[in-house]
Design a protein around this ligand. Structure first.
Ligand code: ADP
Ligand code: MG
Length: 564
């Protein structure tokens, strides 16, 4: 047997990286801004532990387009690199300085928010650039370095005159990637990927009106404040998005504002939010919003955005967020989701399953507390959230277990029962010959209103189950509640119900009924109408005269033929 080392030559690997590293070329910018952010956060960490004795200040990252020069610049004020470090971190493909940093400062830096992972991000620059320069000055007292590479394995490294701390990456944009010199394009990418990154990112400037209050001494007529226009940095990100804060720091308005920040083009208000916040056994933060769904039951799989350390990754959260919650909106941020793997692997990953279960639990806890704290309000929201909850009961066993605490069954006349309450309310009066409790339900309040009226007149409760997945839900509820059957209000179930308790619904005795019926039938023709005297306590009418469908038709037919 022989063992050996596979020799990967850089000549071979470079074109591969260039072509296949990421299918999406546009993510080069995300990677470079991530590196700039890492460099800044590393410096922040080193100054905080006293290892870098420099002034951290208020560093920002700048992205600049030089259209004539066909160059894109990404400039940071982070820790910079010495020439030696450039050799080590840049020239060694697939050596992650970020990982090395985290390893070295294991205990103190684990919450520093450093993004890098695989040591490949930097090279994504070659997907859009024919030549890349790094001009960098370390916070250490060493001369600046200038690295240049045109995408071949050869590079040059020489001293540079840069004196201010930090790194400037210069991309000489290739001819097939000129779109990345367009302002709107870069703006779009920064807004998509970097909108919530932790270090301010400047992209150009914008004009801002500032108010100048005049002194108290001015005359009445020109007391109005004057506005002057000033040029300010155009900062494209919010470095402290709501989900990174503690729930106790935020009020209702803050959550609504963040919703607007996430969906600037949308004008609906969320019904409520769920703040996710866990750091053991995995790291996860985020805010989920229940949008007003109503009958709009489309599963919109692209509404929840996934972040890692405040860097946008994807809006495909399949496998991470349980399917029934994909109707929600919001953000989930977790550095612990392995995203470089296939989706099917993701679903099998134990950690990811834990994340999905945690989200389910958090959502059910929130629903339960909303229900307990203000049931009336919860009932008002029911119609807008029911589809998510009913779908959750069907698709997620862990959610089904908890659902009894807050899932509601509304009656056609506006009462809301939990399943337990419902059983209690109807067991005495709605039992079939097998001794099972019968839930009468309607799927359409209007279309079935005559049946509903008859049933309610008899004192029965009719539940309104009108979402499209109701038949599946009923099957499940019947399977899990041995003594419960569901019956459509318009099927002939009503007559078969047995009143367990001697609840006398009619105020009349049998004898009185017969007598009354007889005298009414002398007035209304028996062959066209039927007279009903029972079960009328709940209505204001003492009796009901109905015309069966076939009698009505017969009458119509005879009327048309007879009249001709
Ligand atoms: P990763 O970020 O996963 O570590 P990259 O390929 O993105 O891998 O970057 C490689 C390394 O190069 C980084 O870990 C870091 O040490 C160094 N580096 C890249 N960009 C910068 C920068 N702007 N400032 C300082 N160091 C940088
Ligand atoms: Mg990186």
């Amino acid at each position: 047997m022989t063992t050996g080392k596979i020799n990967v030559s850089v000549e071979n690997i470079f074109p591969l990286i260039k072509k296949f590293l990421y299918s999406d070329h546009e993510i080069f910018l995300r990677e470079l801004v991530s590196n700039a952010t890492d460099a800044t956060l590393k410096l922040k960490h080193l100054t905080s532990i006293g290892e870098a004795k420099v002034d951290y200040g208020n560093p920002k990252i700048e992205v600049k387009i030089d259209k004539e020069g066909k160059k894109l610049h990404i400039i940071d004020q982070g820790l910079g690199m010495t020439a030696e470090e450039v050799e080590k971190y840049i020239n060694q493909v697939a050596f992650s300085g970020a990982e090395e940093f985290l390893e070295k400062y294991k205990d103190s830096a684990k919450d520093s928010g450093i993004i890098g992972h695989f040591g490949l991000g930097f090279y994504s620059a070659f997907m859009v650039a024919e030549k890349v320069e790094i001009i960098t000055k370390s916070f250490k007292d060493e001369p600046a370095a200038h690295w240049t590479c045109d995408g071949s394995p050869e590079f040059t490294l020489e001293p540079h005159t840069k004196t201010d701390r930090g790194t400037e990456i210069v991309l000489h944009i290739a001819d097939d990637s000129l779109e990345f010199l367009e302002e709107y394009k870069i703006n779009q990418l920064l807004t998509k990927y970097n909108k919530f990154m932790p270090v301010p990112i400047k992209f150009g400037t914008r004009k801002e009106k500032i108010e100048q209050k005049k002194g108290e001494f001015v005359e009445a007529e020109d007391k109005d404040n004057i506005f002057t226009e000033v040029e300010v940095d155009n900062i494209i990100n919010n470095p402290n998005p709501a989900w990174t804060k503690a729930p106790t720091e935020l009020n209702d308005e803050d959550y609504k504002n963040f919703y607007r920040e996430l969906y600037p083009m949308q004008f609906d208000e969320p019904l409520f939010n769920i703040h996710l916040n866990v750091d053991y056994p995995f790291n996860l933060t985020g805010i989920l919003y229940f949008p007003k769904l109503g009958d709009n039951i489309q599963i919109q799989k692209d509404k929840i955005q996934l972040f890692q350390n405040q860097v946008y990754v994807t809006d495909n959260v399949e496998g991470i967020v349980p399917e029934f919650l994909m109707m929600l909106k919001g953000v989930v941020d977790s550095p612990d989701i392995p995203l470089n793997v296939s989706r099917s692997y993701l679903q099998a990953d134990g950690n990811v399953k834990k994340i999905s279960n945690y989200i389910t639990r958090k959502v059910s806890d929130k629903l339960k507390s909303l229900f307990n704290e203000n049931r009336e309000d919860f009932e008002k929201k029911w119609n807008d959230i029911k589809i998510v909850l009913e779908y959750g009961m069907l698709s997620e066993p862990k959610f089904y277990e908890k659902a009894g605490d807050f899932v509601l069954y509304p009656t056609t006349d506006g009462k809301y029962y939990t399943l337990t309450e419902l059983k209690e309310a109807i067991a005495p009066t709605q039992t079939d010959t097998n001794g099972k409790t019968v839930v009468l339900y309607a799927s359409n309040n209007e279309a079935q209103h005559s049946y509903i009226d008859i049933a309610t007149a008899k004192g029965y409760q009719v539940i309104l189950l009108d979402s499209p997945i109701v038949s599946h839900l009923i099957q499940k509820l019947e399977a899990d509640n041995e003594n419960l059957v569901f019956a459509r209000v318009d099927a002939d179930h009503i007559d078969k119900l047995i009143q367990k308790e001697e609840t006398q619904i009619s105020k009349l005795s049998e004898e009185e009924k017969e007598k009354l019926k007889g005298s009414i039938e002398t007035v209304v023709p028996k062959e066209n109408y039927s007279v009903q005297l029972e079960a009328l306590e709940s209505t204001s009418a003492p009796f009901m005269i109905t015309q069966p469908e076939f009698m009505r038709r017969m009458k119509e037919m005879s009327a048309t033929s007879g009249g001709g």
